[in-house]
Design a protein around this ligand. Structure first.
Ligand code: CIZ
Length: 329
């Protein structure tokens, strides 16, 4: 027998309730606060100290009093927490938890594109969605989240053009609602990109009287069928404000159903695509594979071992200034 080697499948055999208890104990023993995004598994949201979208979590990160933060989400979110807490240890359960949007916009490509625009006489400011690396954040004028985008775009002087990176769908939607002309980077989120209009219409037919709530990262072909468009926090507030039981078809990452059910248990929430097969089974194709790296085991191991850790990078100083003026004021 090979001593010390992991046994295939062993991790997944651990009882979730035992793991949750162990995480609770380790949090106290290691002086750690857990921040969890709405897109991670519900069990992790339940053991976290703060749960929310990236705007709320960035703000929450500035109130943490423990010496360590464990960020259960994706890499750019943990980087933001580190920028705002240079003196704290910031941990992430898996360093490979990336983001298709962040990966679509590399700092060297952005820099070259900005230089080209300037050389061609464009007078612009760059607005970046928070789903970007810290290196990209250090090259832009503003950061927006789905929760504060309109407000920030109003702060860009009216005589400037806007280069919006990296989500073309969010950019197109924001350009429509703010009336500002934008140059759009051609990125998109792999989860929101895959919703099909056909599946959405089928889900509507199967759930008569339902309302479609959709994230603005969805393509226009999905948004035109939505009754409400907003980021995760806006969707949560929207359904909480309705007292009468209702069915909502939710076009965003499927783990969002967990906080919605907690906040508004009077409603029924169906992830889109809710019904994919002729036998009426639901599919799991609206899950983010990066968020899914945040398992209970990975959170426990990270707490216990104190790694992986987000290391301070030289460009964090510049990125932090942009984050602070955009998200904390
Ligand atoms: O801002 C966030 O946290 C993201 C990535 C989505 C949302 O709407 O919450």
């Amino acid at each position: 027998m090979s001593v010390g080697l992991p046994i295939a499948g062993q991790e997944t055999c651990e009882d979730p309730l035992d793991l949750m208890e162990e995480i609770d104990r380790l949090k106290k023993e290691t002086d750690t606060t857990i921040l969890a995004h709405y897109y991670v598994d519900g069990e992790i949201q339940d053991v976290a100290d703060f749960v929310g979208d990236s705007l709320k979590l960035a703000r929450d990160a500035t109130t943490v009093t423990t010496s360590r933060i464990l960020f259960s989400g994706v890499h750019f979110m943990a980087e933001t927490a580190k920028m705002l807490n240079p003196e704290k240890t910031v941990l992430i359960p898996d360093l490979n938890a990336g983001c298709s949007l962040a990966e679509s916009c590399r700092p060297e490509d952005l820099k070259m594109f900005q230089d080209d625009l300037r050389a061609n006489g464009h007078n612009f400011e760059t607005v970046a969605y928070i789903n970007t690396s810290a290196a990209v954040k250090s090259l832009v004028d503003w950061i927006v989240t789905s929760g504060n985008a309109r407000e920030i775009i109003d702060r860009v002087p009216a005589d400037k053009e806007i280069l919006f990176v990296p989500d073309q769908h969010l950019g197109r939607y924001l350009s429509e609602v703010t009336g500002r002309k934008m140059i759009l980077w051609p990125g998109s989120c792999m989860v929101h990109e895959i919703f099909s209009v056909q599946d959405l219409l089928r889900a509507k037919r199967n759930n008569p009287g339902s309302e479609v709530v959709a994230h603005p990262e969805c393509p226009h072909s999905i948004l035109e069928h939505a009754d409400f468009i907003g980021g995760t926090e806006a969707i949560r507030k929207h359904v909480m404000a309705v007292a009468e039981p209702h069915t909502y078809l939710v076009a965003t990452e499927a783990n969002m159903i967990h906080p919605l059910e907690k906040a508004a248990p009077q409603h029924r929430f169906v992830p889109v695509p809710g019904v994919m097969t002729s036998t009426g089974e639901t599919c799991a194709c609206n899950r983010c594979p990066h968020m899914a790296l945040n398992t209970l085991q990975a959170v426990r191991n990270c707490l216990r071992d104190g790694k992986p850790e987000i290391e301070w990078q030289p460009f964090f100083d510049k990125a932090r200034d942009v984050v602070a003026k955009s998200l904390l004021k």
